[in-house]
Design a protein around this ligand. Structure first.
Ligand code: AOF
Ligand code: ZN
Length: 368
């Protein structure tokens, strides 16, 4: 006898896995709305697919229904999240499902949005549509990690990344590169999937980074640049300063240097003055709240030692990418040691490890 938990067939699981992959591919690119994947199957053939549109609309189900060239009557729908049943900026997906004559709907988990939560089951079953919930539930819970953080805490989902040499340095004045080009592709993929990228003005002035996504064709998905700059030390000959445009740069500061404030504002930078803590530091929770209110839903932190440690200690990092290189960096002149591995090991679980003989770097993804 199979338990309720196992009552989905392996075909059902494969279809939902595909729907989850569709949602994953669009994750981070749907603005305030969750990324949903949807598959429509008839006579054991996939006849249509849909993803949530860029910036959140149209919804995945409505895309899948409208994309189909075939009659949907009698078909099955596999969708990663409970279809919406309310009038938001778009009409309810439950309504389109009912109208299309789909006879069976599988969805992984309930939507946590109070307007929607749990109601679709009743709405659809009342119309004689068979509804089955919980298929690949754990995968869907993992998929919607950021959506839950956004909705519940009104904070961005924070991913941090740091590159460490074999001798545990994250900076050496003499040799700048730690990771190899294969790892750098992943770093740029992270920039593509996040809508904000935060660093300190110290890193900005020393490294003069570009902070954009340089995967060919994806440049337009580069994140907003967010700089922590207590005393407004940003140099005006840096790439970031020179490439300010269309509200793409935010600086948090605590300076009263009026002439610099004026110059930076004139350049088009969004300057946000914050009070410091008694220890003369930024309050990172306040920063995250502020970024959320400015529309940032997924924040990448490419911090140095201080930001990373502070945020790890305050449990503000949801996911951590640790890049470990086989290279040994010279400890001559200035260098910085990575001292947060203990906090990471203590408070986080290893979600996955990526390693390849070609790439050599070891990449570990930690999650809280
Ligand atoms: C779905 N499919 O692909 C997504 C859903 O303002 P609206 O009409 O866009 O509705 C937004 C809400 O819809 C959002 O808060 C979330 O609950 C749900 N997202 N629902 O059926 C989708 N992205
Ligand atoms: Zn919907």
């Amino acid at each position: 006898m199979s338990s309720k938990k196992d009552s989905f067939s392996s075909k059902d699981k494969s279809y939902m896995k595909l729907a989850i992959n569709l949602a994953r591919a669009r994750k981070g690119l749907t603005g305030e709305n969750p990324s949903v994947g949807c598959l429509i199957v008839k006579d054991d053939k996939i006849i249509s697919i849909g993803q949530t549109g860029y910036n959140g609309r149209p919804h995945a189900e409505s895309n899948a229904i409208n994309n189909s060239f075939q009659d949907l009557a009698g078909a099955k729908m596999y969708v990663t999240l409970e279809p919406c049943n309310h009038y938001g900026k778009t009409p309810p997906c439950t309504k389109s499902i009912i109208k299309s004559d789909i006879k069976e709907v599988f969805y992984s988990i309930n939507d946590i949005d109070n307007k929607v939560k749990g109601k679709s089951f009743k709405i659809l079953t009342k119309k004689n549509i068979k509804v089955r919930r919980g298929l690949l539930k754990n995968e869907a819970i993992d998929l919607y990690d950021s959506y839950v953080i956004n909705r519940k805490y009104k904070m961005p989902f924070v991913t941090a990344k740091i590159a460490v040499s074999k001798n545990k340095l994250i900076y050496s004045e003499k040799v700048k590169r730690i990771t190899n080009q294969t790892s750098d592709k992943l770093s740029h993929y992270l920039r593509f999937k996040n809508d904000g990228l935060m660093i300190s003005s110290n890193t900005l002035n020393i490294d003069n980074p570009k902070l954009n996504c340089r995967l060919s064709g994806y440049e337009k998905y580069s994140p907003k640049r967010i700089i922590l700059d207590k005393n407004l030390d940003i140099r005006m000959n840096t790439y970031i300063y020179k490439s300010v445009k269309n509200d793409n740069t935010i600086i948090f500061h605590n300076s009263s240097n009026h002439s610099k404030i004026k110059a930076l504002k004139k350049r088009g930078i969004n300057l946000i003055k914050l009070k410091l803590t008694t220890k003369k530091k930024f309050n990172f929770r306040t920063i995250l709240k502020k970024l959320f209110s400015l529309g940032i839903r997924n924040l990448l932190v490419e911090g140095g030692e201080k930001i990373t440690k502070n945020m790890l200690k305050n449990r503000l990092i949801n996911q951590f990418y640790l890049f470990e290189s086989l290279k040994t960096l010279p400890k001559t002149k200035k260098y910085v040691i990575f001292t947060s591995s203990n906090i990471l090991i203590r408070n986080y679980k290893v979600k996955s490890k990526i390693s390849s003989k070609l790439a050599k770097d070891k990449i570990t993804i930690y999650k809280r």
